[in-house]
Design a protein. Structure first.
Length: 255
């Protein structure tokens, strides 16, 4: 969809400046195609100085700013487009990628989900959402997204490289939990369901005799620690059950 479709009743001025305006716009398109986004942005700005209602120059300014890393300014453009057309898939996706780059993951997923409501098979939105889930330690959800991508495009490189086996999902989850909540004598029993090494299954008598070292960091509130431990136990049980169900269903399919 061309930007002129956003505002179908507007028109480019017929003044003598039109030839100059069109020349700037053509140069902007050429620069944009060549990946020279700073030069393209300058041309689109010149067009808008002459005609602030030039819709195509306005909309192409959004991706130009995005390519230059000026994500917030770029999203200001997309916000204006979405106020007129809230289901414009390109504006939604581009805003999502900008938020993704700004590490505003929750807002980025919201944009990707709005894209997927319009087109459930939008590969780029699926990849963006999958990578956020994976980076957030939600490996099971990420894996489901990668599997969906491969059903649409069996040779999709990113999805093939990032798809995980059920065992890999459990192992990555175990490591992620250890990073988020470092292992201590107090929470060690919670971590052990994920541990394969027998040394991690129980505390040695020597470690039990050691007196914990004094640390300068402030201690967490015991109520908060207790809540985290309960949530962690529930997460471990859920992941373990899902992993077993996945392996079992895979075995049934294989037989």
């Amino acid at each position: 969809m061309l930007a002129r479709d956003y505002w179908p009743h507007s028109a480019i001025s017929m003044e003598p400046e039109r030839d100059i305006l069109e020349d700037y716009f053509k140069k902007g398109i050429d620069f944009f195609t060549l990946g020279k986004h700073q030069e393209a942005l300058e041309m689109f700005d010149k067009v808008l100085e002459i005609d602030p209602n030039h819709e195509d120059a306005f909309c192409l300014k959004g991706p130009s700013l995005g390519y230059l890393g000026r994500y917030r300014e770029s999203n200001e453009i997309y916000d204006k487009v979405l106020r007129v057309h809230p289901r414009d898939i390109n504006a939604l996706f581009n805003k999502g990628t900008n938020l993704h780059s700004l590490i505003q993951y929750r807002e980025a997923v919201e944009m990707y989900d709005r894209v997927l409501e319009i087109n459930p098979n939008h590969i780029h939105a699926l990849v963006g959402k999958g990578s956020i889930r994976e980076n957030s330690g939600e490996y099971h959800e990420a894996n489901e997204i990668y599997e969906k991508i491969l059903k649409i495009e069996p040779n999709h490189t990113y999805a093939r490289e990032h798809r995980m086996t059920p065992e890999e999902v459990l192992e990555k989850t175990r490591k992620y939990i250890k990073i988020v909540i470092p292992e201590t004598p107090e929470n060690r029993v919670i971590i052990t369901p994920f541990t394969e090494d027998s040394e991690d299954q129980e505390l040695s008598s020597e470690s039990q005799r050691k007196t914990p070292k004094t640390v300068s960091e402030p201690m967490l509130d015991p109520d908060i620690v207790g809540l985290l431990q309960v949530l962690l136990v529930l997460a471990v049980i859920f992941i373990f059950i899902v992993g077993l169900a996945t392996v079992f269903s895979g075995g049934l399919k294989g037989s």
